[in-house]
Design a protein around this ligand. Structure first.
Ligand code: G3P
Length: 215
Protein backbone atom coordinates (compact mmCIF):
# COMPACT_ATOMS: atom_id res chain seq x y z
CA UNK A 1 0.00 0.00 0.00
CA UNK A 2 1.34 3.42 -0.94
CA UNK A 3 0.61 6.72 0.75
CA UNK A 4 0.73 9.89 -1.32
CA UNK A 5 0.61 13.49 -0.20
CA UNK A 6 -2.41 15.33 -1.58
CA UNK A 7 -0.77 18.73 -1.84
CA UNK A 8 1.23 21.08 -4.05
CA UNK A 9 3.01 22.61 -1.05
CA UNK A 10 6.72 21.80 -1.04
CA UNK A 11 7.09 22.11 2.73
CA UNK A 12 4.22 19.71 3.35
CA UNK A 13 5.62 17.29 0.78
CA UNK A 14 9.14 17.42 2.27
CA UNK A 15 7.80 16.93 5.81
CA UNK A 16 5.77 13.88 4.77
CA UNK A 17 8.78 12.48 2.92
CA UNK A 18 10.87 12.65 6.10
CA UNK A 19 8.25 10.41 7.76
CA UNK A 20 8.20 7.90 4.90
CA UNK A 21 4.74 9.10 3.89
CA UNK A 22 5.43 10.31 0.37
CA UNK A 23 5.35 7.43 -2.14
CA UNK A 24 3.95 9.98 -4.58
CA UNK A 25 2.03 13.25 -4.83
CA UNK A 26 -1.38 14.17 -6.20
CA UNK A 27 -2.14 17.74 -7.20
CA UNK A 28 -5.18 19.37 -8.74
CA UNK A 29 -5.87 22.92 -9.99
CA UNK A 30 -7.26 23.96 -6.58
CA UNK A 31 -4.13 22.78 -4.75
CA UNK A 32 -1.83 24.46 -7.31
CA UNK A 33 -3.81 27.74 -7.06
CA UNK A 34 -3.26 27.78 -3.27
CA UNK A 35 0.51 27.95 -3.84
CA UNK A 36 0.53 30.83 -6.33
CA UNK A 37 3.19 31.02 -9.06
CA UNK A 38 3.67 29.09 -12.27
CA UNK A 39 1.99 25.71 -12.68
CA UNK A 40 5.00 24.27 -14.51
CA UNK A 41 7.52 25.64 -12.01
CA UNK A 42 5.58 24.23 -9.05
CA UNK A 43 5.45 20.81 -10.69
CA UNK A 44 9.16 20.91 -11.58
CA UNK A 45 10.06 21.65 -7.96
CA UNK A 46 7.83 18.84 -6.66
CA UNK A 47 9.42 16.42 -9.14
CA UNK A 48 12.90 17.40 -7.92
CA UNK A 49 11.93 16.37 -4.37
CA UNK A 50 9.73 13.33 -5.06
CA UNK A 51 11.01 10.24 -6.86
CA UNK A 52 7.58 8.56 -7.01
CA UNK A 53 4.70 9.50 -9.30
CA UNK A 54 3.61 13.17 -9.35
CA UNK A 55 0.07 13.61 -10.66
CA UNK A 56 -0.63 16.79 -12.64
CA UNK A 57 -4.07 17.62 -14.00
CA UNK A 58 -5.00 18.85 -17.47
CA UNK A 59 -7.52 21.67 -17.83
CA UNK A 60 -8.82 20.89 -21.33
CA UNK A 61 -12.11 19.09 -21.71
CA UNK A 62 -11.77 18.06 -25.36
CA UNK A 63 -9.77 15.15 -26.77
CA UNK A 64 -7.20 17.16 -28.73
CA UNK A 65 -6.67 19.60 -25.86
CA UNK A 66 -6.27 16.84 -23.24
CA UNK A 67 -3.75 15.05 -25.48
CA UNK A 68 -1.74 18.15 -26.17
CA UNK A 69 -1.65 19.22 -22.50
CA UNK A 70 -0.92 15.68 -21.37
CA UNK A 71 2.05 15.39 -23.73
CA UNK A 72 3.43 18.73 -22.49
CA UNK A 73 3.00 17.74 -18.83
CA UNK A 74 4.78 14.45 -19.48
CA UNK A 75 7.84 16.44 -20.69
CA UNK A 76 8.23 18.16 -17.29
CA UNK A 77 9.73 15.06 -15.63
CA UNK A 78 9.85 11.30 -16.04
CA UNK A 79 7.64 10.75 -12.98
CA UNK A 80 4.71 12.91 -14.10
CA UNK A 81 1.34 11.15 -14.33
CA UNK A 82 -1.28 12.95 -16.42
CA UNK A 83 -4.48 13.44 -14.46
CA UNK A 84 -7.59 13.61 -16.64
CA UNK A 85 -11.19 14.34 -15.59
CA UNK A 86 -13.76 11.57 -16.03
CA UNK A 87 -15.26 12.54 -19.41
CA UNK A 88 -15.82 10.71 -22.67
CA UNK A 89 -12.99 12.73 -24.25
CA UNK A 90 -10.86 11.91 -21.20
CA UNK A 91 -11.39 8.18 -21.60
CA UNK A 92 -10.40 8.42 -25.26
CA UNK A 93 -7.33 10.49 -24.43
CA UNK A 94 -6.26 8.07 -21.68
CA UNK A 95 -6.34 5.24 -24.22
CA UNK A 96 -4.17 7.21 -26.67
CA UNK A 97 -1.71 8.34 -23.99
CA UNK A 98 -1.36 4.74 -22.83
CA UNK A 99 -0.42 3.76 -26.39
CA UNK A 100 2.24 6.49 -26.24
CA UNK A 101 3.59 5.15 -22.95
CA UNK A 102 2.35 8.10 -20.86
CA UNK A 103 0.79 7.08 -17.52
CA UNK A 104 -2.62 8.53 -16.69
CA UNK A 105 -4.96 8.98 -13.75
CA UNK A 106 -8.68 9.34 -14.46
CA UNK A 107 -9.97 11.52 -11.68
CA UNK A 108 -13.27 12.82 -10.26
CA UNK A 109 -14.72 9.31 -10.14
CA UNK A 110 -17.92 9.10 -8.10
CA UNK A 111 -19.46 5.80 -9.21
CA UNK A 112 -18.45 2.19 -9.83
CA UNK A 113 -19.73 2.53 -13.40
CA UNK A 114 -17.27 5.37 -14.05
CA UNK A 115 -14.49 3.31 -12.46
CA UNK A 116 -15.16 0.42 -14.87
CA UNK A 117 -14.97 2.73 -17.89
CA UNK A 118 -11.76 4.36 -16.67
CA UNK A 119 -10.14 0.97 -16.07
CA UNK A 120 -11.22 -0.29 -19.51
CA UNK A 121 -9.79 2.87 -21.13
CA UNK A 122 -6.40 1.82 -19.77
CA UNK A 123 -5.93 4.44 -17.07
CA UNK A 124 -2.88 3.56 -15.00
CA UNK A 125 -4.73 4.88 -11.95
CA UNK A 126 -8.37 5.62 -11.16
CA UNK A 127 -9.19 8.21 -8.56
CA UNK A 128 -12.49 7.98 -6.65
CA UNK A 129 -13.25 10.87 -4.25
CA UNK A 130 -14.62 9.69 -0.89
CA UNK A 131 -15.09 12.84 1.14
CA UNK A 132 -17.10 14.67 -1.48
CA UNK A 133 -19.54 11.74 -1.62
CA UNK A 134 -19.83 11.73 2.18
CA UNK A 135 -20.48 15.49 1.97
CA UNK A 136 -23.69 14.91 0.00
CA UNK A 137 -24.91 12.08 2.20
CA UNK A 138 -23.53 9.15 0.19
CA UNK A 139 -21.13 6.51 1.47
CA UNK A 140 -17.67 7.07 0.02
CA UNK A 141 -16.15 4.03 1.70
CA UNK A 142 -18.86 1.78 0.28
CA UNK A 143 -17.94 2.95 -3.22
CA UNK A 144 -14.28 2.20 -2.60
CA UNK A 145 -15.15 -1.31 -1.41
CA UNK A 146 -17.25 -1.87 -4.51
CA UNK A 147 -14.47 -0.72 -6.84
CA UNK A 148 -11.93 -2.91 -4.98
CA UNK A 149 -14.23 -5.94 -5.46
CA UNK A 150 -14.72 -5.20 -9.18
CA UNK A 151 -10.95 -5.04 -9.77
CA UNK A 152 -10.32 -8.15 -7.67
CA UNK A 153 -12.97 -10.11 -9.60
CA UNK A 154 -11.69 -8.91 -12.97
CA UNK A 155 -7.88 -9.16 -12.98
CA UNK A 156 -7.85 -8.15 -16.66
CA UNK A 157 -8.75 -4.63 -15.49
CA UNK A 158 -5.19 -3.48 -14.98
CA UNK A 159 -5.38 -0.28 -12.97
CA UNK A 160 -4.59 0.96 -9.45
CA UNK A 161 -7.05 2.68 -7.15
CA UNK A 162 -6.02 5.99 -5.61
CA UNK A 163 -8.49 6.87 -2.87
CA UNK A 164 -8.77 10.67 -2.79
CA UNK A 165 -10.73 13.33 -0.94
CA UNK A 166 -9.72 11.61 2.30
CA UNK A 167 -10.88 13.60 5.30
CA UNK A 168 -10.28 11.52 8.45
CA UNK A 169 -7.92 8.97 10.03
CA UNK A 170 -10.86 6.52 10.01
CA UNK A 171 -10.98 6.81 6.21
CA UNK A 172 -7.28 5.82 6.16
CA UNK A 173 -7.85 2.81 8.42
CA UNK A 174 -10.91 1.54 6.54
CA UNK A 175 -9.24 2.00 3.15
CA UNK A 176 -6.11 0.17 4.33
CA UNK A 177 -8.29 -2.69 5.61
CA UNK A 178 -9.99 -3.10 2.24
CA UNK A 179 -6.66 -3.16 0.37
CA UNK A 180 -6.92 0.04 -1.63
CA UNK A 181 -3.65 0.39 -3.58
CA UNK A 182 -2.88 4.03 -2.83
CA UNK A 183 -4.24 6.50 -0.28
CA UNK A 184 -3.65 10.17 -1.02
CA UNK A 185 -4.08 12.29 2.07
CA UNK A 186 -3.73 15.94 3.03
CA UNK A 187 -1.13 16.89 5.63
CA UNK A 188 -3.89 17.50 8.20
CA UNK A 189 -5.04 13.85 8.13
CA UNK A 190 -1.47 12.50 8.21
CA UNK A 191 -0.88 14.59 11.36
CA UNK A 192 -4.19 13.54 12.96
CA UNK A 193 -3.16 9.90 12.50
CA UNK A 194 -0.15 10.40 14.78
CA UNK A 195 -2.22 11.52 17.74
CA UNK A 196 -3.91 9.61 20.56
CA UNK A 197 -4.77 11.11 23.95
CA UNK A 198 -3.57 7.95 25.74
CA UNK A 199 -0.16 8.32 24.07
CA UNK A 200 0.08 11.91 25.34
CA UNK A 201 -1.10 10.89 28.82
CA UNK A 202 1.37 7.96 28.88
CA UNK A 203 4.31 10.19 27.93
CA UNK A 204 3.33 12.78 30.57
CA UNK A 205 3.09 10.11 33.28
CA UNK A 206 6.45 8.57 32.35
CA UNK A 207 8.11 11.99 32.60
CA UNK A 208 6.57 12.53 36.04
CA UNK A 209 7.74 9.11 37.24
CA UNK A 210 11.23 9.57 35.75
CA UNK A 211 11.79 12.39 38.25
CA UNK A 212 11.45 9.84 41.07
CA UNK A 213 14.67 7.95 40.34
CA UNK A 214 18.33 8.85 40.03
CA UNK A 215 19.89 9.25 36.58
O1 G3P B 1 -6.98 14.59 -4.83
C1 G3P B 1 -8.32 15.05 -4.79
C2 G3P B 1 -8.58 15.71 -3.50
O2 G3P B 1 -7.69 16.76 -3.35
C3 G3P B 1 -9.94 16.24 -3.29
O3 G3P B 1 -10.06 16.46 -1.92
O4 G3P B 1 -10.94 17.46 0.12
O5 G3P B 1 -11.01 18.75 -2.04
O6 G3P B 1 -12.50 16.80 -1.68
P1 G3P B 1 -11.20 17.42 -1.36
Amino acid sequence: MDIYVDSANLNEIKAAKELGLCDGVTTNPTLIAKEGGSFTEILKKICEVVSGPVHAEVLSLDYAGILSEGRELAKIAENIVVKIPMLEAGLKAAKTLKEEGIPTNITLIFSAAQAILAAKAGATYICPFLGRLDDIGHDGLQLLGQIRAILDNNPDLDTQIIAASIRTPLHMVELSSMGVDILTAPEKVLKQMQKHPLTDAGIAQFLVDAKKFAH
